[in-house]
Design a protein around this ligand. Structure first.
Ligand SMILES: Nc1ncnc2c1ncn2[C@@H]1O[C@H](COP(=O)(O)OP(=O)(O)O)[C@@H](O)[C@H]1O
Ligand SMILES: [Mg+2]
Length: 243
């Protein structure tokens, strides 16, 4: 279908690990995972810590190659937003420099045009102009996550993968960052694969959600359906833990 941005078909993935006695074996983490992601859709992936969410992201990005199945990108490379705004931004440089970096690398614009684009993006992600001259450690956690979103957006992605992007933030700031992601989707039609261990967060943001348990998608539905009529006992467990 022509409005797909990403398709994963029957993905099984493993790590090669060495046990206490020095023996190597394969540890299977993802089991027969299939899903599609459409243009402008915010798809949630929820599940407990250790279930394989980040491993799925690494497979989609091509960082884990011990796998079987198919991963089809219908658009250019996705952009990433990570959990920890304290370590994902280079502390040595100003926010303005960090936002400008992708434009310098791709080399298409002169300095004045790069500056203009940086200011435009800063405004779009709700960063006050005075933040541009500061380094990341001069910003709050929420502001740093706005910078991460800005770095992603300045590269004009069709898909953003956000792995636990609000887990390190307190609830009020979480809500603001979720609102920002939603407005990015609404205004620019960007798709999101949004990963969280927290169903409350998924409920606030996502259109559709997949529930992962032990590396399998055990249930998948629209957010209203999943929250009103969870089918799997595991989903009900997660729901009752969430409120
Ligand atoms: N590089 C690795 N080598 C071996 N095992 C790994 C590696 N990375 C993750 N794992 C294991 O894979 C499982 C899934 O991890 P992960 O994908 O990080 O889960 P989640 O993001 O849902 O918390 C865990 O048991 C974890 O210990
Ligand atoms: Mg993870």
């Amino acid at each position: 279908m022509d409005d797909l941005v990403l398709e994963v078909k029957n993905l099984t993935s493993w790590y090669r690990v060495t046990d206490d006695r020095g023996r190597r074996h394969d540890k299977t983490v993802l089991r027969d995972v299939s899903f599609t992601l459409r243009r402008g859709e915010i798809l949630g992936l929820v599940g407990e810590s250790g279930t394989g969410k980040t491993t799925l992201v690494k497979n989609v990005l091509g960082l884990v190659k011990t796998n079987m199945g198919e991963i089809i990108h219908y658009t250019k490379r996705p952009q990433m937003i990570f959990q920890d705004p304290y370590s994902s931004l280079n502390p040595a440089y100003t926010v303005g420099w960090i936002l400008e970096e992708p434009l310098r690398i791709y080399g298409k614009y002169d300095a004045a045009e790069r500056r203009r684009r940086v200011e435009e993006i800063a405004e779009k992600v709700g960063l006050p102009a005075e933040c541009l001259a500061r380094k990341p450690n001069g910003l709050s956690g929420g502001q740093r996550q706005r910078v991460s979103i800005g770095v992603a957006l300045i590269q004009k992605p069709r898909l953003i993968i956000a792995d636990e992007p609000v887990s390190a933030l307190d609830v009020t700031i979480q809500r603001q960052i979720l609102e920002l992601m939603r407005s990015v989707r609404d205004e620019l039609g960007i798709s999101f694969l949004f990963i969280s261990h927290d169903l409350n967060v998924v409920y606030q943001l996502c259109d559709r959600v997949m529930v992962m348990k032990d590396g399998r998608i055990v249930e998948e539905n629209t957010v209203p359906e999943l929250f009103e009529h969870p089918r799997e006992p595991y989903t009900r467990e997660l729901l009752s833990a969430a409120d």
